[in-house]
Design a binder for this molecule. Structure first.
Ligand code: 5GP
Length: 139
């Protein structure tokens, strides 16, 4: 497996070198909105320390991130009155991964509503409004 690349997009987001719409953070993890949301409220949870994915993460990194995934999954249910939540996580290019810093997708879901196709840029005002809803649900 390739080495961790500190110039990946999420590492730059962690360092504040490129903007993101943050909804939650603690000492070990960060949650921010996906810029190509496949459902309203689609967000990403990442560890603050480097690892490519599930294959090289430490148990401590996984524990920290999963606690935040659960917290945010419950928050999006409240924020969007969701019927369910899809959590996705991809490993290496062959596994569907495009950004090589461990991340979990958290997607609020409603009965009968399909996820949108990947790769479609979201509306920034709408993403910001969804982020505010999630933050309010966490408060
Ligand atoms: P994956 O690596 O799990 O296949 O997907 C990476 C995810 O990161 C995609 O859902 C994509 O929309 C999202 N993404 C890619 N670039 C950026 C970015 O610059 N900012 C944010 N917030 N999300 C991004």
């Amino acid at each position: 497996m390739a080495a961790y690349d500190p110039e990946n997009i999420f590492a730059k987001i962690l360092r504040g070198e490129i903007p993101s719409t943050r909804v939650y953070e603690d000492d070990d993890s960060l949650a921010f909105m996906d810029i190509m949301p496949r459902s309203d409220g689609h967000l990403l949870v990442i560890p603050k320390t480097p690892c490519r994915n599930l294959l090289d993460a430490t148990p401590a990194q996984l524990t920290a991130v999963m606690a935040t995934v659960q917290k945010l999954a419950n928050a999006v249910v409240r924020a969007f009155d969701a019927d369910g939540v899809t959590v996705q996580q991809f490993n290496e290019a062959a596994g569907g991964q495009e950004v090589f810093h461990l991340h979990f997708h958290v997607l609020p879901r409603h009965e009968g509503v399909s996820m949108r196709p990947p790769g479609q840029m979201g509306d920034f005002d709408q993403i910001a409004e969804h982020a505010e809803r999630i933050k309010a649900a966490l408060a």
